[in-house]
Design a binder for this molecule. Structure first.
Ligand code: ZN
Length: 393
């Protein structure tokens, strides 16, 4: 029954898209009460996310129903890890709009988006939904992830722009689903430093913004450039953690030098701001330079040496970067060996590519099983460490 029905639906969808009605509707989704329903519809119909779940026991057609069932029960809020319900927070998600993505990133996305949404005219509304709070919430529910953290980004030339105010609107458009990390523009720093720090401060004091996001190579600055350390001063002043992207940047125009990529170059500010917790993101993935330690080892060394360092293993375990899952498994094994499980946070770095949020969680659960994590240890990584660090419940 399912397959023919699916074909009919897709045919109807294509027909309606050809008449542009759905496209027009998608464009107007903002602020509508049933937007999350439509996001589900979109995700289901394009078969981008929901073939299986971490549990494998709710199917593509069941998802929308499951969401509404979820309103009266809570079973969708948990993944099954070794027979026990575990809640998950994805602390690394990117919101935004098509218009705010640089051309090179739009081109990458077009290759990943399923037909018929990969036509430029449809890609725009599709991506706007995919990256909106509604679209991300739909993907979280499909993946059985309870909550997510949306990142502000100020890297207009490389990965794009998601301003604090935009992130705030997204967080507030759905109750109790998201937190945010605030950021700031770093262009013409000499001239703009005071204003940029004020902007950061203005958002960082809000309860929905639980920390700062920095992506040095995408923002085209070096870790060890002390002129930017005042940013960590603001984090210290307000008492919130700072997420640091480490690792080789792949987006066009980003810095690829060691000072902007290798975790070792974060050490000076980690020492200078002992009251600020720094989350070393991506474990310095692929930042391999002559004369410097393996970036994974360097990340573990920082966490072992400094009590104000947490680690987050997003992106490095993706299908293209880690086809057999051995990198991610190695990271979880090593963290366990070194007694660092309590410093590990879970993040995916989605949802720009359809289906990624869910598959990254599945790959992580597999890696933790292979690294022989107990249920309690998995709970720390997926949920409890986050709540402890960011003081949210
Ligand atoms: Zn990211």
């Amino acid at each position: 029954m399912r397959k023919p029905l699916g074909i009919v639906r897709v045919a109807l969808l294509v027909a309606s898209f050809l008449s542009s009605q759905v496209a027009a509707e998608l464009v107007q989704l903002d602020q509508q009460d049933d937007a999350i329903t439509k996001a589900f519809y979109l995700i289901n119909e394009t078969n981008t996310t929901v073939n299986s779940t971490a549990n494998g026991d709710f199917d593509q057609n069941g998802t929308l129903t499951s969401y509404f069932l979820g309103k009266v029960s809570d079973w969708w809020k948990f993944v099954d890890y070794r027979g026990t319900k575990v809640s998950v927070i994805d602390m690394h998600l990117h919101t935004g709009t098509w218009d705010d993505l640089p051309q090179s990133f739009q081109d990458d996305l077009l290759e990943q988006i399923p037909f018929p949404f990969n036509f430029p005219i449809l890609a725009e509304p599709f991506v706007n939904i995919l990256l909106s709070a509604y679209g991300i919430a739909a993907q979280l529910v499909c993946s059985r992830i309870q909550k997510g953290v949306l990142f502000a980004v100020y890297a207009p030339e490389t990965t794009g722009l998601a301003e604090n105010e935009f992130v705030q609107d997204q967080i507030n458009s759905l109750p109790n689903k998201f937190y945010g990390l605030a950021s700031l523009p770093v262009n013409d720093w000499e001239k703009n430093e005071a204003d940029a720090l004020d902007l950061l401060r203005q958002f960082l004091v809000l309860p929905e913004f639980i920390g700062v996001k920095m992506a040095h190579p995408h923002m085209k600055i070096n870790f060890n450039d002390a002129t930017f350390y005042s940013i960590y001063g603001v984090a210290a002043e307000i008492g919130k953690p700072v997420y640091i992207h480490t690792g080789l940047a792949f987006t066009e125009g980003s810095l690829t030098n060691k000072e902007a990529s290798h975790p070792d170059f974060t050490e000076e500010f980690i020492q200078l701001y002992p009251d600020v917790t720094f989350i070393v993101g991506h474990y310095g993935n692929k930042a391999i330079f002559d004369g410097l330690a393996d970036p994974f080892d360097a990340s573990f060394r920082l966490a072992t040496t400094y009590s104000n360092v947490y680690l987050e293993a997003s992106a490095l375990g993706s299908e293209p970067n880690d086809p057999d899952g051995s990198l991610l498994t190695g990271v979880y094994q090593k963290a366990k060996e070194l007694g660092l499980i309590e410093r590990m946070l879970y993040g995916s770095d989605g949802p720009q590519f359809p289906g990624y949020v869910q598959s990254y969680l599945e790959r992580t659960l597999d890696a933790m099983e292979r690294a022989d994590y107990t249920v309690e240890e998995a709970e720390l990584v997926l949920d409890k460490n986050f709540k402890y660090l960011f003081k949210v419940w």
